[in-house]
Design a protein around this ligand. Structure first.
Ligand code: 26Y
Length: 823
């Protein structure tokens, strides 16, 4: 029997107007002449939603009925960006909506800007998850994203006197038209308490079992979001969980007559999904973070097993229906949770449960920094999840037996590989747990995967060579080319047709156009219009005035020492110094606008100092009568996905300058190349693959290679040697040290300077000269607009590989062994 579905609103201007007014009047409860911008935006969002609704229900029903093998992407972060544009694009409603609104005297562009983006992620890892679910939907793959509905996403960054301050991101305040709450599908999640041993059966058949007697519980309420495929009639689901107090919990306390205490309990439970932790890569062993992780994972497994599988499904075959992809270690507690479900709730024997569990998970690692690998103190994990700790111990015992069997009694090796670390305190190494349990472990770029095999997880790669694989990251061309760069999209489509939007390799067909002067002229025209858009955005959003039509040199990413924003600012300082001292003739310098965008983790003191340094350098440079003729520094606060969408298409030069061997992949680098920026970069992460694809002549390479950096680190790195030997470097650093950018106060940036001279963990000083030389090559090349734009077009033509559609194909083939669902 077919589920009766109401038909979609009519795909026409009149149909759209009717639906929109109905929303405005009946749902928003207002009339056009009195509607606020927010009223209109909400009505518009719901109108667009209605066009996708039937497709969503059909997709869900098809998955349920046909039970294909599916993918569940488990991620603590989904950095979605604004929804309206993407939904309009997917539903092919951009023109209809613009016309319909115009006929009512409304401006679609104004309404677009009313949307507050859901910032439910920190940076690369969260944005990657958003790109992946977009690609899965567009490729008709049966997939669901599972994550956390943070009430407050990534903080809003402001600058006071050049220093970062953080404000809460109340993104839900004006209503949330894109989500569907389903309190009737709430799930109970347990925490704390203790475990008990008991005997099941009698005599010969008696088995010792353990059961969890939890101490407290919370409810998880699912919120569904549409994940529309690009014009393919599919809409997948992203399911984010929100914590609520259990009714029983408050009731008990109410019975004691303590109203205030009951309300406190409520707050306590709801704290779990209150806020996104703004740290990336330096995990603090925070109890609330572990609660978040277990909370969303427990909800998601329950949901998949109880709601998405047919009733009575034999869980021995679970791996035939699902692969749970673990986005870094954040959801790895899902491994013992599935074991607990199978053994404790479904009566599986241990070995039987392990057989299934091992086949249900795959793990993606996103880092190379040892301090970024999550560990949970045993004391904490045992207190919060006592049964899970027991299960982890048993997994570890059996795993270490296997290690001893394979390698003999090498106790050093056993200690290195153990899931449990003993020093400096007993702790669970989540990356080891993930690696032991997963069918496949992947890195996110070729170099990164190689370093995982050779260094970070070398012992594991020895034991299980076939477990390790690579899937190079990608980005969605829908959001980051088609939507963000309408000018380039139109130009490309005119040249090669519009198939590239879902088949990005077709950009190759642009290669001959790189040699067509007329095409290059139009490409430059698009770039310059994009710069104009950016200039207007900076003016409107930040009150920042920058010149138009200078070389736009952009470094946007989280602030981290390994990414080396300091190297970039030292370049700016050095240019400033050489211009002001007359060493460089200002009339010979190519005018540049340098744009930074970066948030620092609120507790990362050095990162915040670097932000202050950039801002202070910017103030001095921009105010200098001579330097400001050719140099401009802009650092708009609160860089986010929305800003990226205007910034990336405008860029000429993309800064990807991490110390080789530290950036797992990078994905900003891909967005820039696809929008026709040239990269200045180290031989790191996905830069390696970008350079291979676009060709050395169209990429500015500099710096140490990973083996060189490793060798220097081995023999002892002395940053001060570079300072002593290089007068250009010395002058730049001395300027900072003597207070040029801090009103003469030498103490302000002393910590930054002394860190560079004393430790410089990421070898900024070692790469300084090489970077400056590469910047000289950039400058010389930019003087030749024909050569530059030819290279830029070739960057576009040769970067199709970096579509997240290709990443998804690789995951499907190498890891998930699942397929798109045909009609
Ligand atoms: C545990 C907690 C502190 C934590 C939270 C967020 C740890 C890490 C993160 C985020 C990490 C991240 O964004 N990593 C980046 O992932 C991108 C996608 O794979 C890579 O391109 C990028 O190189 C890597 O730094």
């Amino acid at each position: 029997t077919d589920t009766p579905l109401i038909s979609s609103p009519e795909h026409s201007v009149e149909g759209f107007v009717r639906e929109f007014l109905r929303e405005l009047n009946f749902t928003q409860g207002t009339v056009l002449e009195r509607a606020s911008t927010n009223d209109t935006y909400l009505a518009l969002a719901r109108t667009v939603r209605h066009y996708l609704m039937a497709r969503w229900m059909e997709t869900t029903t098809a998955h349920y009925r046909r039970q294909p093998k599916a993918v569940a992407y488990l991620s603590a972060e989904f950095l979605l960006g604004r929804q309206l544009d993407n939904a309009l694009l997917a539903a092919d409603l951009e023109e209809i909506a613009a016309e319909a609104l115009a006929s009512l005297g409304l401006d679609l562009d104004v309404l677009r800007q009313a949307e507050v983006e859901p910032g439910l992620g920190n940076g690369g890892l969260g944005r990657l998850a958003a790109c992946f679910i977009d690609s899965l939907a567009t490729m008709s793959v049966p997939a669901i994203g599972y994550g956390i509905r943070y009430e407050y996403g990534i903080f809003r960054q402001t600058f006071v006197d050049g220093r970062q301050f953080e404000e809460p991101d109340h993104w839900l305040d004006n209503g949330s038209p894109w989500e569907f709450a389903h309190p009737e599908h709430e799930v109970t999640v347990s925490f704390g308490g203790h475990t008990e041993k008991y005997t099941e059966g009698e005599g010969e058949d008696a088995v010792e079992r353990s059961r969890w007697v939890p101490g407290w519980q919370v409810l998880g309420v699912p919120y569904n979001y549409m994940v529309p495929g690009y014009r393919n009639g599919r809409v997948n689901t992203l399911r984010l969980w929100s914590a609520r107090a259990t009714h029983a919990f408050d009731l008990k306390i109410f019975n004691y007559g303590d109203y205030a205490e009951a309300v406190r309990a409520q707050t306590f439970a709801e704290n779990i999904t209150k806020v996104l932790y703004p740290e990336d890569s330096t995990p603090q062993g925070k109890e609330l973070r572990l609660q978040q992780q277990y909370f969303f994972v427990a909800c998601s497994l329950r949901d998949f097993i109880d709601q998405l599988l047919p009733e009575g499904f034999d869980l021995h075959r679970l791996h035939e229906r699902i692969c749970f992809q673990l986005n870094d270690t954040h959801p790895v507690i899902a491994v013992p949770e599935l074991m607990r479900i199978l053994v404790d709730d479904h009566g599986f024997a241990w070995d039987e449960a392990w057989e299934v569990t091992r086949r249900c998970f795959a793990y993606t690692c996103h880092t190379l920094l040892p301090e970024a690998l999550e560990v949970w103190p045993v004391e904490l994990l045992g207190r919060l999840l006592p049964r899970h700790l027991e299960i982890i111990y048993r997994i570890n015992d059996e795993f270490l037996d296997e290690v001893r069997e394979t390698f003999g009694d090498d106790e050093l090796l056993v200690r290195r590989m153990s899931i449990i670390a003993e020093h400096p305190f007993r702790a669970v190494r989540m990356a080891h747990l993930a690696t032991v349990a997963a069918t496949k472990v992947n890195g996110v770029a070729e170099l990164h995967s190689q370093l995982l095999r050779d260094k970070v997880l070398a012992d594991f790669a020895n034991l299980w060579p076939d477990k390790f694989t690579n899937v190079t990251n990608g980005v969605t061309p829908r959001r980051f080319v088609r939507l963000a760069n309408p000018g380039l999209s139109a130009l490309v489509t005119e040249a090669i047709g519009d198939g590239w939007v879902t088949d990005l390799d077709r950009l190759r067909e642009l290669e001959p156009f790189a040699d067509d002067p007329e095409f290059r002229r139009r490409f430059r025209e698009v770039k310059s219009a994009n710069k104009q858009r950016l200039v207007e955005l900076l003016e409107r959003r930040d009150g920042i005035t920058v010149p138009t039509d200078t070389m736009l040199d952009v470094m946007v990413k989280r602030l981290h020492e390994y990414k080396r924003q300091t190297l970039k600012i030292l370049h700016v300082i050095s240019l400033y110094d050489r211009i002001v001292s007359g060493e460089l003739d200002v009339d010979q310098v190519v005018p540049r606008t340098i744009v930074f965008g970066a948030k620092a983790a609120p507790g990362y003191v050095m990162a915040k100092e670097i932000i202050a340094l950039i801002n202070h350098v910017g103030t001095v440079v921009n105010a200098h009568p001579v330097a400001s003729r050719v140099l401009h520094v802009a650092f708009p606060a609160n860089y986010d996905v929305t800003v990226a969408e205007t910034l990336v298409p405008a860029a000429d030069l993309s800064e990807q300058i991490s110390l080789a061997g530290k950036e797992a992949s990078g994905t900003g680098n891909m967005k820039f190349a696809l929008n026709g920026a040239l990269t200045i970069g180290t031989d790191d992460g996905a830069n390696v693959e970008i350079r291979q694809l676009v060709g050395d002549d169209h990429f500015f390479l500099f710096g140490l290679t990973e083996p060189e950096a490793a060798a220097i680190a081995e023999t002892g790195y002395r940053p001060s040697a570079y300072y002593e030997e290089n007068p250009t470097l010395r002058r730049a650093l001395d300027l900072v040290a003597k207070g040029e950018f801090s009103g003469g106060d030498r103490s302000v940036f002393e910590p930054v300077v002394s860190n560079l001279l004393g430790e410089d963990r990421f070898m900024v000083l070692a790469d300084f000269q090489s970077y400056l030389d590469a910047q000289d090559r950039v400058e010389a090349y930019y003087r030749d607009p024909e050569a530059w734009s030819r290279s830029a077009v070739l960057n576009v033509a040769r970067s199709g590989f970096f579509s997240s559609d290709r990443s998804m194909r690789d995951y499907l083939d190498r890891i998930w062994h699942a397929e798109p669902l045909g009609d």
